[in-house]
Design a protein around this ligand. Sequence first.
Ligand code: 5GP
Length: 346
Amino acid sequence: MRIESDLKLGFKDVLIRPKRSTLNSRSQVKLYRDFKFKHSGLSWSGIPIIAANMDTIGTFEMAKSLSSFKILTAIHKYYSIYDWENFIKKNSKKVLKYIMVSTGISNSSLKKIKQILSLSNKLLYICIDVANGYSERFVNFVSKVRNMFPNKIICAGNVVTGEMVEELIISGADLVKVGIGPGSVCTTRIKTGIGYPQLSAVIECSDAAHGLSGQIISDGGCTVSGDISKAFGGGADFVMLGGMLAGHKESECEIIKENGKKFILFYGMSSKLAMKRYIGDIYRYRTSEGKKVKIIFKGLVYNTIQDILGGLRSACTYVGACKIKELTKRTTFIRVLEQENRIFNN
Ligand code: 5GP
């Protein structure tokens, strides 16, 4: 047994120090970023935010809305080939450019992803997603997918430490997804005791990735737009959101009416509910590592996105970053023991 005693930080442990700036207005801030990816050599430009590949977040409807902002959606893996065919038939490059196709690491997932990608060469991204990215089998799968699809942008995760980020990039990932346990409907830390505070994971993993010309996605743990600024400030190239985008019309799920109010269910992809829905039951040897919450229906995601982007632009002006890429360079975190004044948050 060993103890690492330097303190690891989450978003709640820091604030960003304001800096002198020559920016006069938030409208001067550019949130688009241009990327060129390591292995595929592909370029992509857009706002580096991604809707998570959860079945109430990474939906086709979400992709249609978010693509108009040039924001990515990682489409969940439960649509059928028929659903994909329909979607691709009806949507142009303008939408397909902002989509990631998610997959697990089974043989049947591999077969399915081949079928989906053969439907359109406008699909650029593959997101290979497992809860625990530390297995040899996962690393081998990433290499296999890289060999099969040399011209796609491959994202792989989740991990939280530099050495595993390096291994995945060397194995063919352009982008590594970082986060174990910070999610809004995740119970991994409670069930297993495993995890890593998200901001420190981002700082350490981005350093490792950038050293190899790779990139990272900070996945999970953002509760407000300030957390997204902190993730970018810490070195994240992309930020993935679940809970912050939950409860909207684009969730493609049933709206529950109770006492004149509207609600929507939101749940982890390893929750009992999700496992029952997609696998039929919970395997005897595993436990659920996600929870279910009922949240107020918030209408269209458009307004939430405007709010998030407004927050990000404002963060950039406070530190004098005229584009999102500069946020990291201009960020000095201060460790704090307080965040907002909660007097009116009953
Ligand atoms: P959020 O933005 O809601 O804080 O985090 C979203 C992320 O939580 C997802 O992208 C995914 O990585 C993670 N996640 C989703 N469902 C589950 C789950 O059931 N269990 C765990 N451990 N993580 C989950």
